[in-house]
Design a protein around this ligand. Structure first.
Ligand SMILES: Nc1ncnc2c1ncn2[C@@H]1O[C@H](COP(=O)(O)OP(=O)(O)OP(=O)(O)O)[C@@H](O)[C@H]1O
Ligand SMILES: [Mg+2]
Length: 447
């Protein structure tokens, strides 16, 4: 006998004889629970894990279809097979539309029900596996982990937890690379919609002319070239979250249309009059100051207020420098893991310089730079001379005073020499004709 856990089947039928014959047929392979009324079925269902329900359509105390909806709502993974008399086949078809797996007609043939049950359970285990794998992927996804111990970030984490439990619209603002998308995903993943889709609409990447069909979908014949019906991102995101990235780039006409959806949660496909409910949560992001755009007439004020129910402002890295060393380590470990090696380290001096750097590209820039060093640095320690090869921290020359320009040149020159002597400071100082201590002071000088 197999050690595998048996699946549990709940049989709901008001006829004692029918219940008993199901029990006879199923009890060897499955755990069987029996209910004679709808109420009894609900009681059993709430108290026991149930993998499948065989549900009589016609019960004395409840309507089979209503019961089906209740069960499906409580646990969409429970497969339900309707049991019906020949004259109720119409209702059975309705049941399938409501999410029943299949219907069988009484009196049933034993082999037939066993086959149907087998198939339903197989489908169910596949669905579970896919869900599990998807969640597992999400869990191991590097994006999941948000690093930050600065009080500003800890406040953001608290905000994410609170906001994720509600369904209100979120507007995330932050410079490029500060983690806006990561925050949007975190809100989705921690909330009640987490098992439903997270759909990104990139307002900057989709041309205005295609935006409408992208978001709403279209019916066949809606416009020249619409040869098939296509569902839009709003429909794909049903019950999940829509992430409106770079919302500031949204064309002003689309802003009006979006406003209607956010307000009324309804829309139609292009070329169709059928109203579709949009059961989605909206999270929007922008790296622009939307209020400034409003004053210039480029962004609708009413849309702004609709979106800005929960504002989240992500601080740039230079306003939370304490997180820089953490992020450096985080990405060192991440990349080492990716390539299956032990992580390199930044020397203390390198960490110091990198912490003082302003990171205009924020976390994304750290990520890119760490990836680059992990690849190009030969030794296990990434030192000042390595990071000096980067053009980072360079300010526009026209903004510099002569003194700053000279010292910037000096620093770059020093690092070039250092590189040519493999980082040997004594040799470099000799080559440059200065004392070793002067070299070190100059290396650490900011410009
Ligand atoms: N606090 C953090 N901890 C760990 N990784 C982070 C953090 N913030 C951002 N990242 C990583 O940095 C990268 C950039 O983040 P993300 O794409 O969310 O930024 P963004 O604000 O949407 O950027 P853009 O404005 O360029 O679209 C991603 O790879 C993300 O995983
Ligand atoms: Mg982004």
């Amino acid at each position: 006998m197999s050690m595998e856990k048996k699946d549990t089947i709940l049989v709901v039928d008001d006829e004692h004889g029918v219940r008993q014959s199901f029990n006879m047929v199923l009890k060897d392979e499955y755990n069987v629970l029996l209910a004679g009324t709808g109420q009894e079925a609900i009681d059993i269902f709430t108290k026991n894990p149930v993998d499948m329900i065989l549900l009589d359509i016609c019960l004395p105390d409840s309507d089979g279809l209503e019961l089906l909806e209740k069960f499906k709502e409580a646990d969409p993974n429970t497969e339900i097979i309707m049991v019906t008399a020949v004259n109720e086949v119409q209702t059975a078809v309705k049941a399938i539309k409501l999410g029943a797996y299949e219907y069988i007609i009484k009196p049933f043939i034993v082999d037939d029900i066993l086959t149907v049950i087998g198939r339903a359970l197989e489908k169910q285990s596949l669905v579970k596996e896919v869900t599990y794998l998807r969640n597992a992927l999400e869990r191991y996804h590097p994006f999941e982990k948000m690093i930050g111990k600065d009080i500003k970030m800890r406040k953001i984490f608290d905000l994410i937890s609170t906001v994720s439990q509600s369904d209100g619209t979120v507007l995330i603002h932050g410079e490029s690379g500060t983690g806006k998308e990561l925050v949007a995903r975190a809100i989705h993943n921690r909330g009640p919609r987490s098992n439903q889709p997270f759909v990104v609409i990139n307002c900057a990447a989709i041309p205005a002319t295609l935006m409408e069909s992208e978001i709403f979908g279209y019916n066949r014949g809606a416009f020249t070239g619409a040869t098939t019906t296509s569902i839009g991102k709003l429909e794909i995101a049903d019950k999940g979250t829509v992430f409106l990235d770079d919302i500031d780039s949204l064309d002003i006409n689309m802003q009006a249309k979006l406003l209607r959806i956010v307000q009324e949660k309804e829309f139609e496909r292009l070329g169709s009059t059928k109203v579709i409910k949009a059961d989605v949560r909206f999270v929007a992001a922008s790296n622009k100051d939307l209020e400034k755009l409003i004053s210039r007439g480029e962004f609708r004020e009413d849309l702004f207020y609709r979106l800005n129910v929960f504002p989240i402002k992500l601080p740039p890295l230079r306003e939370r420098r304490g997180d820089i060393p953490l992020l450096l380590n985080h990405f060192l470990e991440l990349y080492a893991k990716n390539i299956g090696k032990s992580p390199k380290k930044f020397s203390n001096e390198a960490v110091k310089v990198l912490t003082e750097y302003d990171w205009p590209g924020n976390v994304r820039e750290i990520q890119n730079i760490v990836e680059r060093f992990t690849t190009i640095t030969k030794g296990s320690v990434i030192d000042l001379k390595d990071i000096a090869t980067l053009d980072m921290g360079k300010r526009e020359k026209k903004d510099m005073t002569l003194k700053e320009a000279v010292s910037a040149f000096e620093k770059k020159f020093i690092f070039e020499i250092l590189e040519s002597v493999d980082g040997n400071r004594k040799k470099a100082a000799e080559r440059l004709g200065i004392h070793r201590n002067t070299l070190i002071t100059k290396m650490e000088k900011r410009y």
